[in-house]
Structures are given as C-alpha cells and as structure tokens.
Design a protein around this ligand. Structure first.
Ligand code: PLP
Length: 460
C-alpha cells in the first residue's frame, strides 16, 4: 500500500508557487491554480500527493516508455552508483556503461550511424547536431554552408539554438531566435492541406517546396534539413506516404545533411527502436534521441552520427585545436547504465512487438470511436503517438474560439475521472507508456469519448 500521509500537499503547493519556476507555463493561470503534484507511480499510473490515481495517457512527456516503478531500473542506478557514480568522458576517458551503450545503440541504429555522442536532453542533442555539422563544413573548407531548413510546427527543443530550429510559432512569442540561420518549409499537415489537393499532390507540393527552398538559399549555403519523422508537439503530423524518402533524395542531390529528430519516435513509440529507416525508409546523417532512451528514469540523450561526418570531424586538427564540444555529463555512467537496462528490458519483453499489436489497436480504436463525434475534426497519429483535433465545424474545419480552450476542457474532464491527456490549444495529445494493456486502451478511449460529449453539452 502506498502511504500518502507523508505528503503535506498544502505546504508543497505553496512552496511550489513561491519558488519552483515551471517550464512552458502560463504564469497567469499558474499563479491562480498552482500545480497538480505527482508523488508516486506504478505501471501506467501516477498518483498525486493526496493519493488520487491517474492513468498517464502522456507517459510524463512522451518518455516513460517501459512504464513507472520498474525495480530493475532502480537497481541498475544503485549498482552503477556504487561502482562509480560519475566519471568524465572528456579526452581519452570513459566508463564501461558509456562504451557498452554506444555499441548497443550502434547495433540498433541505421548501419551508417555508428558513432554516438551523449548529452542530457533533446534540446542539447539538437544543438550538438548543429555545432557538429557546422564544424564539419568548416573542416572541409565550405564555411558558408551553414543554413538550416526546418518545418513549421516542428519541435526541436528550447535552448536558444534548438528553439530557433523549432517551428511552432506559439513557442516564439516574445522570445528571440538566433538570427540568420533557419529557413522554414511547411509542416506535412495532411488534415489541413490546401483545399482541392489530393494527398499525393500534397506530397509533391511539400517535396517541391523543400527543393525550391534549397535552390533559393543556394545549395552551397545549405547545411542541413531538420525534421521529426512524425512531428509530435506540433500536433502529431504524420507525413504522406513517401514524403521522407523523397525529401531525403532531394537533400542528397544538393549535399544537404538530414537530421532526423527521433527524440519522441525512437525506442518503441511507433513499434521500432528507431523509426527513420525501418518505418519511413530513409537514412539520415544524424539521429537525435532522448526521452525513451532511458524511459525518462534519468536524463540522457544521444546523437547517432554518420561515419561520413565522424570521419571528417575526428581528423586531428591542423591548428592544434581539438573537438571542443561536450558536457560534464556527456556519457554519464549512471545514465548510460540505465539506458542499457532500459533497452535490455524492452528487448526481453519485446516491447516493440507489443506496440505493433496494442499500439495499433489504440490507433484504430481512437479513430473508430471518436472520429464521428461532432467536435472532432481529426484523429491522427500512429501507434502510441496520437492526436485529436477539435473543430467548430467538421466540414469547414473552422476552429472554435480560442477562449473556449477546448483542449483544456477535454483534458480537465478526463483528469476528473483519472485520465491524463495533454492539451495543446485545440488539440489533445496522447502518448501513453508503451506497456499499456488492451483494457487500459479501452479505458482511455471510452473516457475520452465521454469527455468530448460532455464538453459538447457544456458548450450548448
Ligand atoms: N525534439 C523533440 C521532437 C521533442 O519532442 C523534444 C521535447 O519534447 C525535444 C526535441 C527537446 O527535448 P528536451 O525537452 O529533452 O530538451
């Protein structure tokens, strides 16, 4: 039995308001409403300080892939902490878990991406990718080849550089971006594609847009194209069939590297350890991953780097400088030991196989049971990465008045009966732990169904 008497909710709540500055927060409502404070967890469930139980339909933040409360993960942390809790990876130093995890990741990633560089989060790994690619082009004598193409509604993090890569406009309001670096092309938003265009025509349009963008900047100035296989935080945008392969061919034609941001899509969410090659049929030059790498139990990110890039950036420096990029916690032994254990567990229980079966059921059930509801414009996604987009009018796809805060209303109804779904303006995102059972899938679908109908009643 879990003991919640040890939590003083009121005191925690007050101190949180006073001292704990939350990321991605609307402080006007936060200052009125405070926080829901999660204290305990088990399987697919989390519990607040008062003992209320919630099925976590968002796996924390797309990350607790193997589910909560896994004792083996805790044991791996403890064992490694006892052996050696920290050592640097700078220069010629390393630790066994960092080496073993690198070899394991190289065996799982596309064959040409056999070099691993560690950080502690997705933003940092995307920042790292930009520095490496810029360094690469300096090394081969193309110092002007630095421009980057990213997509509207892509999300790549919130360091200065990774937020500049990010194309979600809402995230930029009031903040600055790094100047003169990033160019945008359209997100592959099939639901909101231009009226009258078929999906194959839309794919032609998107691929052509990338090519035209490269040509307008000048291929000699374009370093890389950055995209998520399925854009997550921008609203789970699944590209049209063949999109990634065709964009990759365009990039190859002009010597433009591809960074595939698999911070969400790697480690099983779509039923494969990495999705770029296995699901979408293209081989990037760099893959960034984080979140599911340790199932969120401890911070860790990894950049999978192609041999082509590594072979250039690892050549000894003529000027006597070294590869001056890295972090105190690059290759942290405890994080790497947890990453290894996480992958071992995933493989032992065939979590990817489970996702291909139950994740597909989740996807199909959401589409089947929710699509016809009057408020629902679109139900989209793949496996355990899904989104529901609400509209005022199904025909015209017109949005509801933002003041209605439809996403929040749906999320609040769900939360009241023990289900957490993520509101994002007029959308609700679902990215549950990958261990979800069929019964838990059914609970999510029926709870959402009722919540959406209840919200609809409230609006009339
Ligand atoms: N890339 C993608 C696709 C993400 O979804 C996120 C975070 O949600 C990031 C990068 C940034 O990762 P982090 O928050 O660990 O810095």
């Amino acid at each position: 039995m879990k003991d919640f008497s040890k939590y003083n909710t009121k005191e925690l709540w007050n101190n949180d308001l006073k001292h704990n500055m939350h990321p991605f927060t609307d402080f006007s409502s936060f200052k009125k409403e405070g926080s829901l404070i999660m204290a305990e967890s088990e399987g697919a469930y989390v519990f607040d300080t008062d003992g209320r139980k919630y099925l976590d339909g968002i796996a924390g933040l797309w990350c607790v892939n193997i589910g909560y409360g896994n004792e083996e993960m805790g044991q791996a942390m403890l064992d490694q902490t006892r052996r050696i809790p920290y050592y640097s990876s700078f220069g010629h130093l390393t630790t066994p878990p960092a080496v073993e995890l690198s070899a394991k990741l190289a065996s799982l990633a596309p064959k040409s991406l056999s070099h691993v560089f560690y950080g502690t989060g997705g933003s940092m790994s995307n920042d790292t990718a930009v520095r490496m690619v810029h360094f690469y082009f300096n090394r081969i004598g193309k110092p002007n080849k630095k421009q980057i193409i990213t997509r509207t509604d892509g999300y790549h993090g919130s360091t200065y550089l990774s937020m500049t890569l990010t194309g979600v406009e809402y995230d930029h309001i009031g903040f600055d971006l790094a100047p003169d670096l990033v160019h945008r092309v359209s997100a592959p938003n099939v639901y909101r594609r231009p009226a009258g265009m078929t999906v194959p025509e839309y794919c032609d349009f998107l691929v052509n847009e990338v090519e035209q963008k490269i040509l307008s900047i000048g291929p000699e100035n374009v370093a890389m194209f950055v995209a998520e296989p399925i854009a997550g935080a921008g609203g789970v945008l699944v590209p049209p069939e063949g999109y990634h392969q065709r964009v990759a061919a365009v990039c190859k034609k002009y010597g433009v590297f591809i960074l595939s941001d698999e911070v969400v899509t790697a480690f099983g969410r779509l039923g494969e350890m990495f999705s770029s090659e296995k699901i979408f049929g293209f081989t990037p030059d760099i893959i960034t991953c984080a979140k599911g790498l340790t199932s969120g139990y401890i911070p860790l990110s990894a950049n999978m780097i192609s041999d082509e890039i590594y072979d250039v950036i690892s050549v000894p420096q003529a000027e006597g400088a070294s590869f001056t990029h890295g972090f105190t916690y690059s290759g942290h032994p405890v994080s790497c030991a947890v990453g290894l254990k996480n992958i071992e567990i995933m493989e032992r229980i065939d979590l990817c196989g489970h996702v291909r079966e139950v994740g597909k059921y989740f996807e199909n059930q959401l589409i089947e049971k929710l699509s016809d509801l009057p408020l629902v414009g679109d139900v989209r996604g793949s496996h355990f990465m899904m989104c529901i987009e609400s509209v005022a009018n199904k025909e015209t796809k017109e949005l509801l008045d933002p003041n209605i805060a439809i996403g929040n209303r749906i999320a609040d109804k769900c939360q009241a009966v023990g289900l957490l779904v993520r509101p994002l303006a007029h959308k609700n995102i679902l990215s549950p732990p990958l261990t979800l059972t069929v019964a838990e899938v059914d609970f999510i679908v029926s709870t959402l169904h009722k919540a959406i109908l209840d919200v609809q009643d409230d609006l009339v």
